[in-house]
Design a protein around this ligand. Structure first.
Ligand code: GLP
Length: 243
């Protein structure tokens, strides 16, 4: 694993965007695996700026998102569909027909998850998968568990995740309790993984995930076994790693 240490969130966002830009330039029809959450917002802003400067062309890029809340419509401003359009898709020349997220409105979880997994397989996996890191070590919505879930599946969100995400909803009762997420195997099938982390509040999780034992109790720890991972994190997030 390569670690790129940045002084702050802005530098983290710039450096992460540079890595994604390099991927798009090297392979204009690449498959980008994308993530939501507050951490990648700055990365997307930098990608939009590069597009506006005429330095990036998304016209042939395909995307697959990590996850989506079950039960939220696309119009709901807390859906990840809405987030991706708001933060990236509406601001670059991507063909919306090439963008993909699990459909949270599909009631039949098994059918929707199997279809999404098959779609990613048909692409041969993502060329580059962007990830954020949950406070409990989750990636996508793969919560701490006794095993690593392999394929796209429906998860019951943990209390801590519901609690962390409630700031985006009118009340905690409005936070969805389930989500569809790529599995750990789906994520690991990406050729390259880029994980962005910022802030002191994630420092313990970073130390556990990347320097502790590989365990499904800390889902991100599996990334230690991937051959091409870049962690772009600020000083605060790296403040507890062994020196
Ligand atoms: C959500 C997303 C994850 C994301 C995590 C951390 O739970 N499903 O993909 O990594 O939040 O979010 P944040 O970057 O806001 O801390």
């Amino acid at each position: 694993m390569r670690i790129i240490k940045t002084k702050d969130y802005e530098e983290m966002s710039r450096k992460a965007a540079n890595i994604i830009a390099a991927q798009v330039i090297a392979k204009p029809d690449c498959v980008l695996g994308l993530a939501t959450g507050s951490t990648p917002i700055g990365t997307y802003k930098n990608l939009v700026a590069k597009y506006e400067a005429g330095d990036l062309d998304f016209s042939e890029v395909k995307t697959v998102n990590l996850d989506e809340y079950k039960g939220l419509t696309r119009e709901n401003d807390q859906s990840y569909y809405y987030f991706m359009h708001d933060n990236l898709f509406n601001h670059v020349n991507i063909d919306l027909a090439n963008t993909n997220l699990p459909d949270g409105t599909k009631e039949d979880a098994d059918a929707e998850c199997a279809a999404y997994e098959a779609l990613i397989k048909s692409f041969g996996g993502a060329d580059l998968q962007l990830l954020g890191l949950g406070h409990n070590g989750h990636i996508g919505f793969n919560e701490p568990d006794s095993h690593f879930p392999v394929a796209t599946h429906c998860v019951d969100l943990q209390e801590r995740t519901i609690e962390a995400n409630k700031r985006f909803f009118a009340s905690i009762d409005d936070v969805p309790k389930q989500a569809y997420t790529m599995g750990i195997g789906t994520i690991m099938s990406a050729k390259k993984i880029l994980i962005v982390v910022s802030g002191e509040d994630k420092a313990d999780t970073v130390a556990k995930a990347f320097f502790g034992p590989v365990t499904p109790e800390v889902p991100a720890s599996i990334l230690q076994l991937h051959a091409d991972v870049v962690l772009v994190a600020d000083e605060a997030a790296l403040s507890k790693i062994p020196q």
